[in-house]
Design a protein around this ligand. Structure first.
Ligand code: FAD
Length: 205
């Protein structure tokens, strides 16, 4: 842990993000750290990296919640908004969007819960990576579709869906970008998938 008033420690840039949070760029130039402030001892960094597997269940849990929120906003809006005397919820094109959103949320939930139930270690890194990739991208799609059914109102800052739409975008970047996770999963499949035992060889049943 570094005291932010330590000589050599500098915040070199601040960024306001699409999601509304602030991120900062920090630099360490010959910063002296007292021994008692060293949190990670020898070999500790490797252990810290395994914490990312846990984060790979937490991050998509947030995405799942945002997707559910986006869906709830969509349902509320399509029941209220009437065009030519009938609620847009009555249109088949809108119902199909709702059906697809709901389907994708529940598929994502199943993958995520499966990863969260895995153990030894918790969670299984392969399952967590698959769940994170799917749920992050699913939530972005669902938020976008929810915004679409809101029409132009969804594009305004007044509509809760516009806040969800901005907020959901972080998921596939933080905690391991989708591309990095695809590398991880792809490598494991090339190494471990046994064409004789087929899907049983991945131990996910
Ligand atoms: C909201 C938010 C919160 C974050 N929180 C944390 C945090 O708590 N702790 C932390 O350590 N980090 C955090 N990050 C940082 C995050 O992990 C990185 O932004 C992410 O790993 C991507 O790294 P980068 O931004 O340097 O992009 P770059 O490495 O510059 O990557 C640019 C693009 O290239 C892709 N790419 C990179 N390598 C490959 C490859 N081999 N093949 C194909 N594509 C590739 C990336 O996926 C990305 O799309 C956070 C980021 C965000 C946005």
């Amino acid at each position: 842990m570094v005291n932010r008033h330590s000589p050599g420690f500098e915040v070199t840039a601040r960024y306001h993000t699409l999601g509304g949070e602030y991120l900062a760029e920090i630099q360490f130039n010959n910063v002296e750290v007292p021994a008692e402030n060293v949190v990670l001892r020898e070999g500790g960094f490797k252990k810290l990296l395994t914490a990312f597997n846990t984060q790979r269940c937490l991050n998509p849990s947030i995405s799942l919640g945002l997707a559910e929120g986006a869906f709830e906003e969509a349902i509320r809006f399509v029941r209220e908004r009437s065009i030519r005397g009938q609620p847009i919820a009555a249109f088949q094109g809108i119902q199909w969007k709702l059906a697809e959103m709901y389907r994708d949320i529940e598929a994502g939930r199943s993958l995520l819960y499966r990863a969260c139930l895995s153990a030894n270690p918790f969670p299984d890194p392969h399952e967590a990576a698959i769940a994170k990739m799917f749920v992050n991208e699913m939530a972005i799609r669902v938020a976008s579709e929810s915004l679409q059914v809101h029409g132009g109102l969804g594009f305004t800052d007044d509509a809760p869906i516009s806040r969800i739409y901005r907020g959901v975008r972080y998921g596939s970047l933080g905690g391991g970008a989708t591309e990095a996770l695809k590398d991880l999963v792809g490598r494991k499949l090339v190494d471990d998938f046994d064409p004789v035992d087929g899907f049983l060889s991945m131990g996910t049943f």
